[in-house]
Ligand binder design. Structure first.
Ligand code: HPA
Length: 293
């Protein structure tokens, strides 16, 4: 399939999602029952190396749409996270990379993997991303816990007929990002001595970065972070009743804030720089979730 063409062949019907979920279950080792789905954003895919008993499968084999963006591997990895000498850890399914709607996919296609992972038994969805820093006091390299979002994509992954087997037509979005999970993340960050700020994530369509005027608008709207993912995934996870935790790595200050033009290289470079800290925090959160399950 041409990477340059607009392709939207993963229509996220109930049947397509069930089929993906069935293929995920078939790929799992006997007796495995992962309860956490983790989506790793730009440059963070190496967290898969921190898993024990890891086993991976290409997105193509489980009906997941594939990304052409550099830094997104396109593999689903099963393994145990947060394992320590005293703990067995927690079983996770980890997505190395995601597709974005700016690549030409509908939001329904973008969220197919999340729907399939929740259908396969993941009741907790952890979403990570690289984001632009909009809020005062943020710096490149900061890790930020998402406490709410602004859907500014001009579309919803729930647009179209609602399938009640997934969830209700008009799902409540009062607490998209689970307060208990956020508290756990903060406790872990504190214990590990890792700075973790909190903020509101604005999800935009992209792929172009914002103009300085758009960044001022976003700040006025209450956004601290800006990015091109996460929001649709969080919406469908909530639609299906899963708990959501969201974390951003500030890869750059948003346009007009630093006097420098923005580049995808800067985004991946920052992600590389803070990768080990981010991974330490993620692993600590997984260990905490393992002991609270
Ligand atoms: N804007 C939008 N998306 C992003 C940015 C940004 O500045 N950085 C990383 N993803």
């Amino acid at each position: 399939m041409s990477r340059s063409a607009i392709h939207d062949d993963h229509h996220a019907t109930f049947e397509a999602v069930q089929q993906s979920a069935a293929r995920i279950r078939a790929f799992l080792p006997a007796g495995a029952a992962p309860s956490i789905a983790l989506v790793l954003g730009s440059g963070l895919g190496s967290y898969a190396d921190a898993l024990s008993d890891a086993k991976g499968i290409d997105y193509a084999e489980i009906g997941f749409p594939q990304s052409g963006v550099v830094g997104h591997a396109g593999r689903l990895v099963y393994g145990r996270a947060g394992q320590t000498s005293t703990q067995t850890g927690v079983e996770v399914l980890l997505m190395q990379g995601r597709v974005h709607t700016y690549e030409g996919h509908s939001l329904q296609t973008v969220v197919l993997p999340i729907r399939a992972l929740v259908a396969a038994g993941c009741k907790t969805v952890v979403l990570t991303n690289a984001a632009g820093g909009v809020g005062e006091g943020l710096a490149a390299g900061d890790l930020v816990l998402i406490h709410d979002h602004l859907n500014l994509m001009g579309d919803s992954p729930l647009r179209g007929p609602n399938d009640e087997r997934w969830g209700t037509r008009f799902p409540d979005m009062t607490e998209v990002y689970d307060a208990k999970l956020r508290a756990t993340a903060q406790q872990v960050a504190k214990r590990l001595g890792i700075g973790l700020k909190t903020g509101v994530y604005a999800g935009l369509l992209g792929p172009q970065y914002e103009t300085p005027s758009e960044v001022r608008m976003l700040r006025g709207l209450g956004a601290d972070l800006v990015g091109m993912s996460t929001v649709p995934e969080a919406i469908v996870a909530r639609h299906m009743g899963a708990r959501v935790l969201g974390m951003s790595c500030v890869s750059n200050l948003a346009a007009g804030m630093s006097g420098q033009p923005l580049s995808h290289e800067e985004v991946t470079e920052t992600a590389n720089r803070v990768r080990s800290t981010f991974i330490k925090l993620l692993d600590g959160i997984m260990a905490a979730l393992a002991s609270s399950d």
